[in-house]
Ligand binder design. Sequence first.
Ligand SMILES: [Zn+2]
Length: 455
Amino acid sequence: MIIIKGGALVCPDGLRRGDIALDGGTIAHIAAHIEPAPGDTVEDASGCWVFPGFIDAHTHLQCWTGMDWTADSFETGARAAACGGTTTIVDYATADRGVTMDEALDEWHRRADGTCTANYGFHMAIAEWGPDSAAQMRRMRDAGVSSFKTYLAYDHLKLTDAETLQCLECVRDLDAVLCVHCENGDVVNELQHEVLAAGITGPEGHPLSRPAEAEADAVSRLLYLANIAGAKVNVVHLSTKLGLEVIRAARTRGQQGIFVETCPQYLTLDDTRYLEAGEDGFAGAKYVMSPPLRKPADIAALRDAVRAGEVDSIATDHCSFNLHGQKDRGVGDFTKIPNGGPGIEHRPAVMATTFEGELGPMELMRLMSEGPARVFGMWPRKGRLAEGADADICVWDPSARWTISAATQQQAVDYTPYEGMEAHGSAHLVYVNGVLAARDGAPTGEKPGTYVRRS
Ligand SMILES: [Zn+2]
């Protein structure tokens, strides 16, 4: 057995000081004092917070966009996740047009199986709707996929409102949850043309073409459609105060089954980043992601919502592309910059640092562990520090001080949006299925991650 001694245990009902014993892939015992037997491995966690391993329920690893592969594979991305304290990811498998969900799920398993340091589940993104889609979704549910995704933007991915409604009815019947990318795609297409025609071609054109109203409009439409269908939805990567106000209004009306996700970048970075020049005059492209970074007032509103418990989970939307060789292809036309940024490794550190004094270990645990476990059908096996739960553990040292930098990161990409941030706290020991996967930010070389069937 592995015995982790003397930490502050972040349990579902509050903090406890004590010891925790891992036996194989399970938390065997939690007590004020556990006496090690001969042969046991003992780790000292005094001064540390012992979390149920963090869950990142929004990643895109080893993903082909039609132009590029993401910089991170399942191997590098899941390893970086574990080094930062994340023990489970839920990645977006995508059934592109002409591909069945069954084929997509098989393909994502081929990419991930056997290579992952952290555990992994899959959402299924649906890019077209047809007479067989409902049957395919039922088979996905049987295969442990309890969440789906549709888009209200991107011409090659988006469903019509009628198709979205049919999909929501199916999600309701399967007791699943639909994650939706909420931007009005027609409006974005039009504004991209207008911004380019006005001669704005650099990264600063990106946020101009994707205004807050485009998000709020799509969130509003989605929530009304979900209410008609009686389905549960997860608004992914919420980025605006306007969108938040739409959600508050629906919740005030009594609509059930609305889950909200946001990401560290929308809680910390504003749209002045698009003006960053850097060495080659193009550094603003690092922040080209959709939705874009917003105004300080949006950041303040979302941070208020996080503190008030209105946000169910913090995920990264990790979708990494190199600045050099990938994003720089969009020099002279911001619409050609691959959309996405890295974050899978640094989410716990960025959250703990930028909310220091505002969120304690219980709140961090709810946002990054229990919350996503509950929304995505992994509770109570995951997201819970309790006897019988999975031995996914992050021993967090809140006194550690270090600097986030691309030079020292595990993520296989040539930058980080958080370059130079002094982080307060770091993942000291990370166990995945009871196996030590990372120590002090470095991988042990083990690949204990397994597929997570969700219910
Ligand atoms: Zn995404």
